[in-house]
Design a protein around this ligand. Structure first.
Ligand code: SAH
Length: 295
């Protein structure tokens, strides 16, 4: 059975698996192998509007009346894709069986075409619940982990979100199903460039990508309702805590690459008090520091 095969692959990735939760471990089974950056082939273009459902909350006659003043701002609507929908649905079923039952998160996972974010030689595994190499020794995270981290952020349509570690852009695309206010930072320039191109081409235009060291956050758009870090930091970066809004949440894997890393939930209350707790053992690629334009 396929699920069993996926489970086996995960187990073989994660050494010293002790608890069920570790099965949910994130990104890295990375071999560090030199590989070309993500798919440079032309990705699928978004589906035509024809078979897409009407925009939620949108009114049918908006903009029809020439005398009408321009609508303030059309509600953001992520692109829709039909290619490999059955594969995506199977992937979502696996996530659901892990116990993640949040309907909006499952819907987002069923909508984003993960195969457009993985290199061509990994196309057959694009919907397996496992991390995959995306070049430069980096990985696209395991779908379950993407879903669970997204759920933990508790996003609303007005949320401003900062992501550290753009990678392929997949997590950012999933986040756009909740809010268009997504800012993401990637330290490997080639990944930042290819991620920007890919997201734009696929129709995830609102995502803003910056090349740089995400340790410092992105002051210009702060404060954030939510911060998601997709690489493991040695400690929680103080600038990220500072850029979190009162009432905001951050999910971040913390720990060294050679020891147990913990997925932590950091919450700032209305008075600015910060509380953090360990949620589960995970495995992510490390957060690297400094300007790595040479990579
Ligand atoms: N979210 C990604 C997965 C990324 S893997 C996706 O959906 O595909 C982690 C990423 O973090 C890698 O691309 C790595 O280059 C990046 N990274 C590592 N240290 C970083 C830092 N200090 N600032 C920004 N990005 C960093």
């Amino acid at each position: 059975m396929r699920d069993a095969a996926w489970g086996f692959r995960l187990l073989s990735c994660l050494a010293a698996v002790a608890a069920f939760h570790v099965l949910a471990g994130g990104a890295a089974c990375s071999s560090g192998e030199a590989e070309e950056a993500g798919p440079v082939k032309a990705p699928e273009t978004p589906e035509a509007e024809g078979d897409a459902p009407p925009p939620e909350g949108g009114s049918a006659d908006e903009g029809d009346d020439p005398g009408e003043t321009a609508p303030e701002e059309a509600p953001w609507k992520p692109p829709t894709f039909t290619a490999r929908q059955e594969d995506r649905d199977r992937m979502v079923e696996v996530i659901r069986r892990y116990g993640l039952l949040d309907g909006a998160v499952l819907k987002a996972m069923a909508a984003v075409p993960r195969h457009e974010f993985v290199p061509s030689r990994h196309q057959s595994e694009a919907y397996a619940d496992t991390p995959l190499p995306i070049g430069y020794g980096q990985t696209i995270s395991q779908p379950y982990m993407v879903a669970e981290m997204t759920r933990l952020l508790g996003l609303k349509p007005t949320s401003r979100v900062l992501e550290i570690g753009t990678g392929s852009g997949y997590q950012a695309a999933v986040l756009t199903h909740f809010t268009p206010h997504i800012y993401t930072i990637e330290i490997v320039k080639a990944l930042a460039d290819s991620g920007r191109k890919r997201l734009k081409h696929l129709g995830y235009e609102p995502v803003e990508i910056r090349h740089g060291d995400g340790y410092h956050g992105w002051e210009e758009h702060a404060p954030y309702d939510a911060i998601i870090v997709t690489c493991a930091a040695g400690q929680i970066p103080p600038p990220l805590v500072a850029q979190l809004k009162a009432g905001g949440r951050m999910v971040i894997p913390v720990g060294s690459p050679f020891a147990t890393q913990w997925l932590m939930l950091v919450e700032k209350d209305a008075d600015g008090r910060v509380r953090s707790r360990n949620l589960m053992a995970v495995r992510f690629v490390p957060m690297v520091r400094g300007d790595r334009t040479d990579r």
